[in-house]
Design a protein around this ligand. Structure first.
Ligand code: GLN
Ligand code: ZN
Length: 715
């Protein structure tokens, strides 16, 4: 076995520098191109990646980090874990990922605390495992034909099974991994990378025993490549000594989020993740070299803290960014160069910026009055019927409006003309809601490209990129804004649209804001201030907006926090502190509102169990939350809040229009669990991905069911 290379990365973006894979996938899905065409594009992206990494001087090139959809799904296919019902599909891989006419796709969920979503493997009692190593072998061979020796990357057995809630099947999957190792050895592969990010979470003794079993067994395979077990997104903690006691030759540690390992690592290579794969900043060479110098192991390799999948390709593709900001940025290409430079220890760069001072003083949250007082003050002037009907904020985003925004950017449409079109759309949304008989209206958010980017574009301290795409799932990418300086709101952002909408109707129109945690969660943030301070700066700016909306006569304001759970630390010990300041930041943003102003919030997930106390702590007058798909469970849980609650009665994630009977049934169920004065009627989430046809039909049924129940209440 040759020594582990001196420099490497754990993975690389794969959507293509100009999102070539996205276009190829969508063209294939639409039947506009063949599978062979798609595979050619994939091969081209892989080739470009290896060539680029080698040109930059990286020694250890990974392979099998490319994916047509998702690396966890690839691992399921590798292990033969393809549920029976997909096998007959024309293309089983994409059938699992996206569904077909008659088949629902597999479930998708967030990859640890990132914004990347993976396909959850489905492993039943009768699932049989059978190795299909075509993909990793194919990539190794493709690279070799180009002159590159690579290290295939595969999700490790413990993480794979934990993600599938099937760790009890360890004995059944290990033979596949053993066979894979033997095949790779026969192919002449020197090292294999097994990703085990699940080991940075709290693990039970039983789970740690599974780690021991797995790596002892894989370590004892007669002829095999060197075993590199990569952890990331946090510290290995109690899993480190367990791994260290197995025959694996190399262990990857995240030294951006975690400390220098203290376990006895004699005989091991430590692959030190000192260049962050989770942010967009240049690495401080002093800090990185200090960490590298502190590691006591037989060998140290310089690496990234995780795959570079989570950052955009190249700062050079951002000519519009302010040069001062640009010089502080590192995307994937630049991070590879940093790894190489650190490995050569000849790392030179401009001195670090002085970090700005943290916010002074303790956080003071002026309180609003108690709920009962607020509810009385609001009831007096809002005069809402029982079971008030509202929506979550957005209405269908039309292609015309998106095209109009692009035309403004291209200079072919004036700002005035664009604003006239936004106003026309707002008027249409208001009329639709009036016609349907909704009670608390929204303006529909037609001016927003995205609920975070829109605010980032209007706040100081944020930059938006032109090509900074990051894969979210499948062919879907987002362009997270870059929060790089102190946040300030130069002028009101939403007041103009909210007051315009209110001028069109006598019904109350909700002002619509994105909460501070969500803005930060869906951006790249500065790393020279604690996250908490960054969130409070944003909270301050949103608080200014709340006060201005109120002063402009807006009587209901919704502050969305769909990402509240996303920033939850992976280890339980750190969760409570996070939730405490996240809730305090939300209250800082909303507490400037008077008792007469009704504050709404919205969260998009049904499995809120982990953060229920925090949702309660937001102290919003009305909380709207997903529930159409999760049944009564959520009602019991959030029902105890004692404030307004709108469990969604229309699942907007499906194009299906629910019947009035279905909605009625859901409402009856809600009314069995909650006192009628606290119940609101609303969809699950924003309507922007649906069509007007679907939305109008569904909301008409929602209104019909509500009217029926109101009539019964009056009888
Ligand atoms: N107000 C936003 C909308 O309706 C909320 C979106 C969300 O919950 N993710 O689009
Ligand atoms: Zn939502």
């Amino acid at each position: 076995m040759s020594p582990f290379p001196k420099s490497t990365v754990l993975g690389y973006p794969r959507i293509g520098p100009r999102r070539e894979l996205k276009r190829a996938l969508e063209s294939y899905w639409d039947g506009r191109s063949s599978r062979a065409e798609l595979d050619r594009v994939g091969a081209g992206i892989r080739e470009r990646t290896w060539r680029r990494l080698a040109e930059l001087g990286l020694e250890g090139l990974p392979s099998n980090t490319f994916s047509l959809y998702d690396q966890v799904l690839d691992t399921a296919v590798l292990l033969g874990a393809v549920p029976e019902r997909y096998r007959a599909a024309e293309d089983p891989y994409f059938a699992m990922a996206r569904g077909t006419e008659g088949l629902a796709p597999l479930r998708m969920t967030k990859w640890f605390d990132t914004n990347y979503h993976y396909i959850v493997p489905e492993i039943g009692l009768d699932s049989a495992f059978k190795l299909d190593a075509g993909k990793p072998l194919g990539e190794v061979r493709q690279a070799r034909a180009l002159g590159y020796e690579t290290r295939p990357v595969v999700v490790g057995p413990v993480t794979f099974l934990l993600l599938a809630s099937a760790l009890d099947r360890l004995d059944d999957v290990l033979p596949c991994y053993e066979e894979l190792l033997a095949l790779l050895a026969a192919e002449g592969v020197e090292w294999v990378q097994l990703d085990e990010p699940a080991l940075v979470q709290d693990r039970t003794a039983e789970e740690l025993a599974a780690v021991r079993t797995a790596y002892e067994r894989l370590g004892s395979v007669g002829s095999r490549p060197g075993l590199f077990v990569a952890s990331y997104f946090g510290e290995l903690g109690e899993a480190l000594p367990v791994l260290a006691a197995t025959p694996v030759e190399a262990i990857g540690v995240d030294l951006v989020r975690g400390g220098v390992p203290v376990a006895d690592l004699t005989g091991k290579t430590v692959v030190a993740g000192v260049v962050s794969g989770r942010d967009v900043w240049r690495t401080s060479p002093e800090r990185a070299l200090a960490k590298l110098g502190a590691i006591e192991a037989d060998r140290v390799t310089v690496s990234t803290s995780c795959s570079l999948l989570h950052v955009p390709y190249d700062v050079e593709a951002e000519p519009d960014l302010d040069p001062a900001l640009r010089s502080r940025l590192a995307f994937a290409e630049q991070k590879v160069a940093e790894v190489v430079a650190l490995a050569a220890a000849g790392f030179l760069e401009a001195p670090l910026d002085e970090p700005s001072a943290p916010l002074a003083g303790p956080v003071v949250v002026e309180g609003r009055g108690p709920y009962a007082v607020r509810a009385a003050a609001q009831a007096g002037h809002l005069r809402l019927p029982p079971l008030p009907i509202t929506t979550i904020g957005s209405f269908p985003q039309t292609g015309e409006l998106r095209a109009a925004r692009a035309a403004v950017a291209a200079g072919t449409l004036t700002q005035e003309e664009y604003e006239r079109r936004v106003e026309a759309e707002i008027e249409r949304v208001i009329r639709v809601q009036e016609r349907l008989g909704l009670d608390v209206l929204v303006h529909g958010e037609p001016e927003r490209n995205d609920m975070v980017q829109y605010f980032a574009e209007h706040l100081h301290g944020f930059a938006v990129t032109r090509n900074g795409w990051v894969q979210s799932y499948g062919s879907r990418c987002t362009r997270p804004p870059i929060l790089h300086g102190d946040v300030r709101r130069p002028e009101p952002i939403t007041v103009r649209w909210a007051t315009y909408a209110q001028s069109l109707t006598d019904k109350p129109v909700k002002g619509m804001l994105t909460g501070p945690v969500t803005i930060v969660a869906w951006s790249f943030v500065r790393d020279d201030l604690p996250l908490r301070d960054v969130v409070f700066q944003v909270a301050e700016a949103i608080g200014d907006e709340v006060r201005d909306l109120e002063a402009a006569g807006v009587s209901i304001i919704q502050v969305d926090e769909p990402a509240l759970r996303e920033l939850l630390p992976l280890r339980r010990a750190a969760q409570e502190e996070y939730l405490e300041w996240a809730v305090a930041a939300y209250r800082r943003a909303t507490s400037g509102a008077s008792d007469r102003t009704q504050i709404h919030t919205h969260l998009c997930y049904s499995d809120a169990d982990q953060i229920l106390a925090a949702i309660d702590g937001l102290d919003a007058d009305v909380t709207t939350i997903e529930s159409a798909r999760s049944g009564a469970r959520i009602l019991g849980a959030v029902g105890s809040f004692g404030r307004g609650l709108g469990p969604g009665v229309y699942d907007i994630h499906s194009p299906r229009v629910p019947s009035a009977e279905e909605v009625e049934e859901l409402l009856r169920r809600t009314l069995r669990a909650l006192p009628v004065e606290r119940v609101w009627v609303n969809p699950d989430c924003g309507l922007k991905t649906r069509t007007y046809e679907q939305v109008e039909a569904a909301l008409a049924n929602v209104a019909a069911a509500t009217r029926k129940l109101r009539a019964e209440l009056q009888a």
